[in-house]
Structures are given as structure tokens and as C-alpha cells.
Ligand binder design. Structure first.
Ligand code: ADP
Length: 380
């Protein structure tokens, strides 16, 4: 069975081709079409980008024609409250995903543009939507209702939805395989976007990111938690309009805003090492905020059996992991300096025999999307 996984952003189409024949799970191709719709870029629109992707696959000899594809798994950011698991896309499902665009105006429309393009090119395949929010539909009400007048929840569905669900679900499945006794997991997805998730018996019970991907940890360009009064203060004192403030909070804040250097942790680490005090402060705030959320979820779970680091920063920066875990010993969290420094790929990084096990688990959202797609095909 050949399964294509598509992850479409507003200006990029990332894809991976999996071959699930003979009980194996082989990723046979990986590629991206960038700068969609940008003058001088790779493709005019998502339709052209999808055509380019198939051209690349044909040129590499991995497929002769699009007809060989049995299923296409689409990453869809927002599935609202309706989608609790991955779903085959038909007309009714499509309408419901469209209705979720209001909740994720930056993410869902390009996801859908990617779907439409793929559907046109591979009409015979099963198309499956895999939602970032689905894993968090298990949150209890006390974790997802905000402290607003209740009608904003009831009438307007303003609540915590959570994102990065596919990554946290992958982490939960890997921990279940590596350490079956670990029931309570704190999963730290630290990439460009960042979230920490509390997982109990394989189910998400709380997550740091909220109604939109703005809440929670400090991120590459997003502020994370802040006092909402700051927004009113800026409106009143500087006359900033909501669009300007939204842009500032989403694209000019976080690591970039504090350091003034970059949104990329590698650049910030280099700048800090060269003596840039704001870069150093950005790293410290990033790590402190992550430490606080780990503490919060240790409380939410009444202690954790495992803490996991994943995504670009979580997987690749031993220094950031060490700074986050600093002075957590009284909570049973003992990172092993040597295994943390040496860690590559899936491995354990806690001091042996300590109460909380710690893992580095490289995330693999695409594999999970491919598996879900296969499952939806096999179960009809
Ligand atoms: P996305 O959320 O876009 O999928 P990634 O998970 O790829 O992003 O994470 C991107 C982040 O990972 C960037 O901030 C990048 O600097 C960081 N990163 C990658 N490698 C390293 C490294 N060796 N040290 C520190 N940060 C790293």
C-alpha cells in the first residue's frame, strides 16, 4: 500500500511517500515545494505545487503514475470539537472542516487548498484528514474552559483546543512501547511552535497551547502567555489596532522579539555565546517557561512517570534540555548529564534509578498520519 502524506502551509507543501507493503513501514521519499504564491517562487498555487511534487516522485522513479497512490493523509490543524480522530474526507466532512476555518484562519485554508489540489490529482485514492486538535478532545472541561462568562464557551465555542496533537500522540505511543509502566507522561514539543502536554493512560488531559497556537510557552515568534490587559493598554496608549497587535504577538514576539537576533534557537545560542545579553535572556525565559509548565503538569498528573523532549529544539539541544531541567531534583527529575549530552535518536536521558524517567524521542508526525490513513482505508 502506497500512502502519501501532505502537510500544506500557506506557502509550502511538504510531502512524504510511505510504502506499507508486506507489513513494513518504509518511508521512500520526502520533499517540499516552498515559496508557493511568491513571485519567483516554486509554484503559483497549491495545485501547481502538488503537480510539482508528483513530477518529482515520477522523476525519481518511485512511482510511475499518481494512480498507484492508495491513500493521501492530510495534516489538518483544526478539527474543532467535532473531530476526535482521523477521518476519511467526504463532502460532509469537508464542509465541517471548512466550518473550522473560522477557528484557524491561518492554518485550515491552506490545509484545504492542499486537499483540493491532491484530490484533483489523485481522485481514486482515499483522502484522510488527521487533525492536530483531535488528540486533545479528551481534555476534561476544567482544563479547557476559560474563566470567561460561560456563554462565550457555550455560544461561541471559545475554549482551549490544543495543537501539536499528532506529535504528542506519537510520543505517547512510543513511551507506551519503550516503557509500558509509564502511565503519566509530560510531553515537551519544542520546535518553532512549542507546547507541553500532560498525558494520562495515553490520553491528553491538559496542554499549554490554547484557543489558538499563541498561548503557553515562549515560541520562535509567538509571545506565549501574557496578561491580556497589555493588549488594551497598547490600544489605548498607542492606538494600535487589533490586526497590528495580532501580527506583533504572532510574528514579532517570542525568541525573536526578546533577542532581536532570530527566531531560530541555533542563531540565538550562537549570539548568547558571543556575549549578546538579550539572546541569553531569551534562552533563559524560554527554559524557565518550559520548566514552569513541566511543574504545572507534574501537579496536574500528581507526579509523572516520564518526561519527554521532542521537535527541533527538544531533540537537538542538550543545553536547552539541561537548562529546563535544572533544579527540578526535588520533584524527582534528574537529567543525566552524560547521556543528555550524547543523546541522539530515541534514548533515555535520566540518571538511572530515579523516580521520573526522561526520554528524547524524535517526533514523527508523518508516520502517524500515514498509519492513520492506512487504518481508515482498511476499516472502510
Ligand atoms: P517546526 O515547529 O517548524 O516543525 P522544528 O521542530 O523543526 O520546527 O524546530 C525548529 C527549531 O529547532 C528552530 O528554532 C531551530 O533553531 C531548532 N533547532 C534545530 N536544531 C537545533 C540545534 N542543534 N540546537 C538548537 N536548536 C535547534
Amino acid at each position: 500500500m502506497k500512502i502519501l502524506v501532505a502537510n500544506c502551509g500557506s506557502s509550502s507543501l511538504k510531502y512524504q511517500l510511505f510504502d506499507f507493503s508486506r507489513g513494513e513501514e518504509r518511508r521512500v521519499a520526502k520533499g517540499a515545494v516552498e515559496k508557493i504564491g511568491v513571485a519567483g517562487g516554486g509554484a503559483r498555487d497549491h495545485r501547481a505545487a502538488a503537480s510539482l511534487a508528483f513530477e518529482e516522485l515520477r522523476n525519481s522513479g518511485l512511482i510511475q503514475s499518481a494512480e498507484e497512490i492508495d491513500g493521501v493523509g492530510h495534516r489538518v490543524v483544526h478539527g474543532g470539537e467535532r473531530f476526535t480522530s482521523s477521518t476519511r474526507i467526504d463532502e460532509a466532512v469537508l464542509r465541517e472542516i471548512e466550518a473550522c476555518c473560522e477557528l484557524a484562519p491561518l492554518h485550515n485554508p491552506p490545509n484545504l487548498a492542499g486537499y483540493r489540489a491532491m484530490k484533483e490529482l489523485v481522485p481514486q485514492a482515499a483522502h484522510v484528514a488527521v487533525f492536530d486538535t483531535a488528540f486533545h478532545t479528551s481534555l476534561p472541561a476544567h482544563a479547557y474552559v476559560y474563566g470567561l462568562p460561560y456563554e462565550y464557551f457555550e455560544r461561541d465555542r471559545i475554549r482551549r483546543y490544543g495543537f501539536h496533537g499528532t506529535s504528542h500522540r506519537y510520543v505517547a505511543q512510543r513511551v507506551a512501547a519503550l516503557e509500558p509502566a509509564a502511565r503519566r507522561i509530560v510531553s515537551c514539543h519544542l520546535g518553532n511552535g512549542c507546547s507541553i502536554c500532560a498525558i494520562e493512560d495515553g490520553r491528553s488531559v491538559d496542554v499549554s497551547i490554547g484557543f489558538t497556537p499563541l498561548e503557553g510557552l515562549l515560541m520562535g515568534t509567538r509571545s506565549g502567555d501574557l496578561d491580556p490587559s497589555i493588549i488594551f493598554h497598547l490600544i489605548k496608549t498607542q492606538g494600535l489596532d487589533p490586526v497590528r497587535i495580532e501580527k506583533m504577538l504572532n510574528h514579532e514576539s517570542g525568541l525573536l522579539g526578546i533577542s532581536g537576533v532570530s527566531n531560530d534557537m541555533r542563531d540565538i545560542v550562537l549570539a548568547a555565546a558571543a556575549g549578546n545579553a538579550r539572546a541569553e535572556l531569551a534562552i533563559e525565559i524560554f527554559c524557565y517557561r518550559a520548566r514552569k509548565y513541566i511543574g504545572a503538569y507534574l501537579a496536574a498528573l500528581n507526579g509523572a512517570d516520564a518526561i519527554v523532549f521532542t521537535a527541533g529544539i527538544g531533540e537537538n539541544s542538550p543545553d536547552v534540555r539541561a537548562r529546563i531541567c535544572k533544579d527540578l531534583e526535588n520533584l524527582g527529575v534528574h537529567l543525566d548529564t552524560e547521556s543528555n549530552t550524547r543523546a541522539r535518536g530515541e534514548c533515555r536521558i535520566n540518571v538511572p534509578g530515579m523516580p521520573v524517567s526522561m526520554w528524547l524521542i524524535p517526533t514523527n508526525e508523518e508516520l502517524l498520519i500515514a498509519r492513520d490513513t492506512q487504518r481508515c482505508i482498511l476499516t472502510g
